[in-house]
Design a protein around this ligand. Structure first.
Ligand code: GDP
Length: 457
């Protein structure tokens, strides 16, 4: 009965048929990957916080750091050196030197964390929104300074909008850095006051209390970022984990390797010979060299010539991997950013109309039927129309409050129908989180975000 052989998983004739086992075998040694977006009001200290964290973890070239230190000293603003760590790379990105995400990485005890989009820029919000669509978890920075937290939270600041946005896009785990606590002498009262206010709000937005963690810290002094507190005033009352440990304690997101393969293309470039390359993150399933796949919405078939993660060539890649795929059998001009690569036998849905549960942000003009907006679906940017307002929903329970509302005001939660003018490749949120998230923008401002609940064929 106790024969250990009995507990062994059944042998697979071809291990391609057991993607989960294959994944476990391949990745047993490596750390779980986590994609994190940093959110918060402008000047909450996001850049300083992340820059300091990266420096402490040895992720920044010492020469570069020294240069920044000298330059910031000259300016008499030494605090800038950390924020520059992120800014510089942002510029490089603009010049096309770095590609896409995956630039800011650091490791915790059990995870490898990629920061989505540099929070270094002042035009961080659109970047943040792009990043939020791919995030597993979020880090919210708030400024503990008296008056400053309130400015970001109560008076039209971005704290609420960002938290609402990431939650509407399906992010359920949040770490809150109660930052700049050095400016209030590490006051426990101030920390508790902020935690109380945020807890109430975050619960309303739909975060579970147990999925939100708060950490007192200072991005500037580096206190409680990568090691426990040393400040005596903080030590008097705080003995919890530092920011890095809180990040380490995030639950690893599910990697749906057994679902049908999906990848949304975010870049296309020439390869060698007749093939060309696309890059993006594998959202669901696995992909192997030699696989025959479909490019949607055109439904053109293609063959996988080779696969890479960063510079390393792979024979198989899995959900959660950021990859480059060399394709053949399809013309480069027939493939666009925002197209979806998928399993040829179990393809994505292609439709011009769908229903989504959305949250409306602080719009000046209420959303009405026939409203023209720009749909952001992964890397796809497409003009669409809000063709129906089906119902307005209760924000905390999700129950229908009003059928066929005539308009949707700011902060409303609603079920709407979206009509595109040409087919797009879509997935229900319940089938594929990333391909089921949508954002609606107007004049460069996000006016709503949500998840696809029904595809109308
Ligand atoms: P961001 O806009 O959220 O990226 O904020 P920055 O990182 O650019 O910081 C805004 C300002 O706050 C800068 O002048 C920083 O030097 C300052 N700052 C950032 N973090 C701290 C902190 O922990 N303590 C103090 N006293 N100032 C900070």
């Amino acid at each position: 009965i106790d024969n250990p052989e009995d507990n062994k998983p059944a042998k697979q004739p071809d291990n391609k048929f057991d993607p989960l086992q294959l994944y476990r075998n391949e990745r047993a040694q490596s750390k779980e990957h986590l994609y994190m977006v940093v959110i918060g009001h402008v000047d909450a200290g996001k850049s300083t916080l992340m820059g300091h964290l990266l420096c402490d973890l040895g992720q920044v070239n010492q020469k570069v750091l020294h240069k920044y230190e000298q330059e910031s000293k000259k300016l008499g603003k030494q605090s800038f050196m950390y924020a520059w760590v992120l800014d510089e790379t942002g510029e490089e990105r603009n010049r096309g030197i770095t590609m896409d995400v995956g630039r800011f990485q650091f490791e915790t005890a059990t995870k490898c964390v990629t920061l989505l989009d540099a929070p270094g820029h002042k035009d961080f919000i659109p970047n943040m929104i792009a990043g939020a669509g791919q995030a597993d978890v979020a880090l919210l920075a708030v400024d503990a300074n008296r008056g400053e937290f309130e400015a970001g939270f109560d008076y039209g600041g971005q704290t609420r909008e960002h938290a609402l946005l990431v939650r509407s896009l399906g992010v359920s785990q949040l770490a809150v850095a109660v930052n700049k606590l050095d400016t209030v002498s590490w006051s426990r009262e101030r920390f508790d006051e902020i935690v109380d206010k945020l807890k109430t709000f975050l619960k309303k937005v739909g975060f579970k209390e147990s999925d939100v963690r708060f950490v007192p810290c200072s991005g500037l002094t580096g206190q409680n970022l990568t090691a426990g507190p040393t400040e005596s005033e903080l030590l008097e009352w705080y003995h919890g984990p530092c920011l890095l440990d809180i990040i380490d304690q995030f639950r690893s997101p599910e990697r749906p390797v057994s679902k049908p393969f999906r990848l949304s293309i975010n870049d296309i470039f020439k390869g060698t010979g007749t093939s060309f390359c696309v890059s993006g993150r594998v959202e669901n399933g696995t992909l192997s060299v030699g696989d025959k796949i479909l490019v949607c919405p055109s439904r053109e078939s293609a063959v996988v010539k080779s696969l890479w993660i960063e510079e390393a060539s792979k024979s198989v890649v899995f959900a959660g991997d950021q990859v480059t795929v060399a394709l053949s059998g399809v013309e480069m001009q027939n493939v666009s950013v925002g197209n979806v690569l998928c399993d040829a036998l179990r393809p994505v849905q292609v439709a011009m109309k769908f229903r989504a549960r959305i949250v409306v942000f602080d719009v000046a003009v209420p959303i009405t039927r026939g409203y023209s907006v720009v749909l952001h679906h992964q890397s796809l940017v497409e003009p669409v129309v809000v063709s129906r307002l089906i119902s307005e929903l209760n924000k905390s329970t999700g129950e229908v409050e009003k059928k066929h509302p005539r308009f949707l005001k700011k902060q409303a939660s609603a079920l709407v129908e979206i009509q595109a003018s040409r087919p797009i490749a879509l997935e229900l949120y319940s089938e594929c989180k990333e391909l089921g998230r949508v954002m609606l923008r107007l004049g460069g401002v996000t006016i709503a975000a949500g998840v696809i609940t029904q595809i109308v064929l």
